[in-house]
Design a protein around this ligand. Structure first.
Ligand SMILES: C[S@@+](CC[C@H](N)C(=O)[O-])C[C@H]1O[C@@H](n2cnc3c(N)ncnc32)[C@H](O)[C@@H]1O
Length: 312
């Protein structure tokens, strides 16, 4: 039994991120993490421009429905929604594009969503941020991390994970629950981008899956002052409902035309270099944005996962 005053790790994490003065509740999440570790939509508008191509393709494949809901779930301050709007894809004639984020909206109630039928839900770096439990395999069985006054307690548990003795892994119940909710929402497709690996065993063996972010460092200690750091994990695909498409972010972006957009940007810059305007600078920046987005040691190596709702 955990000592009184102990919290299971996921409860502790929830409080650190979303409790009073939590990392996201306090607004530190909008400034702190991004200062050093920007997400793909925050690299610049190119990610959104490629996503706009991907949305057009999905819309075409759905026979161009006249109503096309697109929900960016966990949208943060809204960079992806803004760049999607700026890209003006063909499907924008039909889309109902919305971003929603727990840290930016009060009283979100997922029972009150607009009808997402025939739509697409996008989640960039959301799953890593949903509260997770931590399970360790000890020589005697399995134990779970609880936290009391910033100190870990290991409490025996019935949960079993396929991981080597002496290692730990996250238990991604909330991430799994979110995908299940998204599948039942009526959306035709769910697109998820996040860091992670195929299996829980891969994560446990490699280690380093528990990531914290403060304004200046990436670390691994989630027990520093609660609310002062973001707490995240690499995800393991084998804990989620089985996706219909698994690729890296670099593969996904290539498949949806990032190289053409960069070539277009270079050409625009070349023809405007003598007297560049803001658009010319924006087009030139596609080159460096693509480098960051495709870097397989960074954002390009993130997972791109898609679930298709076959009942559509
Ligand atoms: C790392 S940020 C990513 C923000 C944005 N998608 C991006 O790529 O820049 C994760 C976001 O997920 C949001 N979030 C976490 N849990 C959520 C939930 N249950 N519902 C809605 N948003 C959530 C957080 O508030 C946070 O802004």
């Amino acid at each position: 039994m955990p000592a009184s005053g102990s919290e299971r790790f996921d409860v502790y994490m929830e409080r650190c991120l979303y409790g009073p003065d939590g990392f996201y509740t306090s607004g530190r999440g909008s400034a702190g993490r991004r200062r050093d570790f920007i997400t793909s939509p925050e690299v610049g508008p190119l990610f959104g421009a490629v996503m706009a191509n991907a949305l057009d393709k999905l819309w075409e494949d759905l026979d161009r429905p006249s109503r096309f809901p697109v929900l960016d779930f966990g949208s943060g301050p809204g960079a992806l929604v803004r760049s999607l709007e700026a890209a003006e894809p063909q499907c924008s004639a039909a889309w109902d594009l919305q971003g929603m984020d727990r840290a930016h909206s009060e009283g979100i109630d997922t029972d009150e969503w607009p009808d997402l039928t025939n739509g697409v839900i996008i989640a960039n770096e959301l799953l890593d941020n949903l509260s997770f439990r931590i399970v360790e395999r000890t020589p005697k069985g399995f134990a779970e991390v609880w936290v009391r006054d910033g100190i870990e307690e290991l409490i025996p548990t019935d949960v079993k994970l396929d991981i080597p003795v002496g290692t730990r892994a996250p238990l991604l119940e909330a991430a799994r629950g979110w995908i299940e909710w998204a599948m039942q929402s009526g959306a035709a497709h769910i697109l998820v981008f996040d860091y992670g690996m195929k299996t829980t065993s891969d994560l446990a063996t490699r280690g380093g899956w528990l990531r914290t972010y403060t304004s200046h460092n990436r670390g691994t200690d989630p027990y520093v002052t609660p609310g002062s750091v973001d707490i995240t994990t690499d995800i393991a695909i084998d804990q989620l409902p089985s996706p219909d498409l698994v690729s890296t972010q670099a593969q996904f972006l290539s498949c949806h035309g990032i190289e053409n957009l960069v070539a277009e940007g270079k050409e625009y810059w070349r023809s405007h270099a003598a007297s560049p305007d803001v658009q010319a600078l924006r087009m030139r920046s596609r080159v460096s944005e693509a480098e960051a987005l495709l870097d397989t040691d960074g954002l390009g190596g993130w997972l791109a996962l898609r679930w298709d709702n076959n009942s559509q």
